[in-house]
Design a protein around this ligand. Structure first.
Ligand SMILES: [Zn+2]
Length: 401
């Protein structure tokens, strides 16, 4: 009994001191901070950036003729406020969306409304660090149908290959032996690959080849904008090029990834680094792929990526060819194979997409090799031959569908 009184007394003291302290530390309400959109004739990506993670809900609403309202997509964010600068409507008028509006729907709910012209479908999924909601709207644009002369519509479209040199600008990527930066190595390899594709890739179907880059210089580009660019430019392939790093200085080799869930801890660590997530220290990240974790959420909405068989075939072709080229001079480089992993940069791509880790910057020998033009050339040649082989085997089948 005495003990009971004592405990109550202690709790009262603790509560009195802890509660105000806790409320002072509770995180501020999330705010809608930025809304951007990328438009091409039959595709629009809307990127809504928030100051912190928020619960959201999205649904479609039919036109209301009585109130002169067009059909719309509504996204509600709970416990969220709107930064004052975002309160003006954003005109889009791209044939799919008329405009984007925001409003404080209730004291606790911020609402974003996409007023629709005509669309076929849409998907919504979150990305993290910073927290964003991506809305991909697909459809056929009336404006384009009117603008394009019929003979142009019938001409075969060039085959477009989007090369994505990882990182750039304020994001150096991994730092290797002697201070070599991943962003520098992968840009150099990407340019070698692009030149090879432009000069040597010939398609049997006589379509011309167009090489595109997410970046051609040392500039920072957020991950969702890289995929958005590939979708917007109607790329047929998306190849993200990276160099690996590990705390274990003995780890070495070449590996190629396609997008999917994984239980492999090493892949989770790699994906966190490539995704720009804060490395360990944040408790939520320690949960790995557990429900509620960042990586779990990335993949919870992946059922709309229908490219997995092609992406696996592409990853296999690249991995085999890179190893063939590298082994000509460097037989000790390990073949780490084709793997699956949760990489943000591949999320939402509408085409076969892979991420190549072309060697370890942190390995004593490979870190030096990555500086040399002969090694970069071998990797680029391997990527080139892998792409050429994939297209030769897969394109006739894909075009016949
Ligand atoms: Zn990287």
């Amino acid at each position: 009994m005495v003990g009971g009184v004592f405990r109550w007394g202690l709790w009262t003291v603790l509560l009195a001191s802890v509660v105000p302290f806790a409320s002072a530390l509770s995180p501020p309400r999330p705010a809608l901070e930025e809304i951007r959109h990328t438009s091409v004739p039959d595709y629009t990506r809307v990127i809504i950036t928030l100051s912190a993670q928020a619960e959201y809900n999205h649904f479609r609403v039919a036109a209301n003729r009585a109130h002169d309202r067009p059909p719309r997509i509504v996204i509600d964010f709970s416990s969220t406020r709107i930064a004052p600068r975002l309160r003006a409507p954003i005109p889009v008028d791209d044939g799919l969306l008329k405009r984007i509006r925001t409003g404080q729907f209730s004291p606790t709910t911020a609402r974003v409304v996409l007023d629709l012209e005509q669309i076929e479908s849409y998907t919504a999924f979150p990305l993290y660090s910073p927290y964003r909601l991506i809305i991909d709207v697909k459809g056929k644009s009336k404006k384009t149908e009117v603008d394009q002369p019929p003979e142009q519509a019938q001409a075969p479209q060039p085959y477009r290959i989007m090369i994505d040199p990882g990182h750039g600008g304020r994001d150096p990527g991994a730092i290797g032996v002697g201070g070599l930066k991943e962003k520098t190595v992968v840009l150099a390899i990407s340019k070698r690959l692009g030149k090879k594709l432009e000069s040597r890739l010939k398609l049997e179907s006589r379509r011309s080849v167009k090489v595109l880059y997410t970046r051609e210089r040392d500039v920072f580009i957020p991950l969702p904008e890289r995929t958005a660019k590939a979708n917007a430019m109607k790329a047929d392939l998306f190849i993200s090029i990276h160099a690996n790093a590990s705390e274990n200085p003995h780890l070495q080799g070449v590996e190629t990834y396609y997008l999917n869930n994984t239980n492999d801890r090493a892949t989770e660590r790699l994906a966190r680094r490539e995704n720009g997530l804060t490395p360990p220290g944040l408790a939520s990240l320690e949960n790995g792929m557990a429900p509620g974790s960042d990586l779990y959420f990335i993949l919870s909405d992946l059922h709309h990526t229908g490219n997995e068989p092609e992406s696996i075939a592409l990853a296999r072709a690249l991995q085999t060819s890179m190893m063939t080229q590298v082994a000509k001079r460097h037989s000790k480089v390990r073949n780490l194979g084709v793997k699956k992993g949760p990489f943000y940069v591949l999320v939402g791509a509408h085409m076969p997409c892979v991420l190549a880790e072309v060697s370890f910057l942190t390995h004593r020998v490979q870190g030096k090799l990555l500086r040399s033009s002969t090694y970069r050339e071998a990797i680029a040649e391997g990527l080139f031959q892998g792409i050429a082989r994939f297209i030769k085997e897969e394109l006739p089948r894909m075009e016949s569908l």
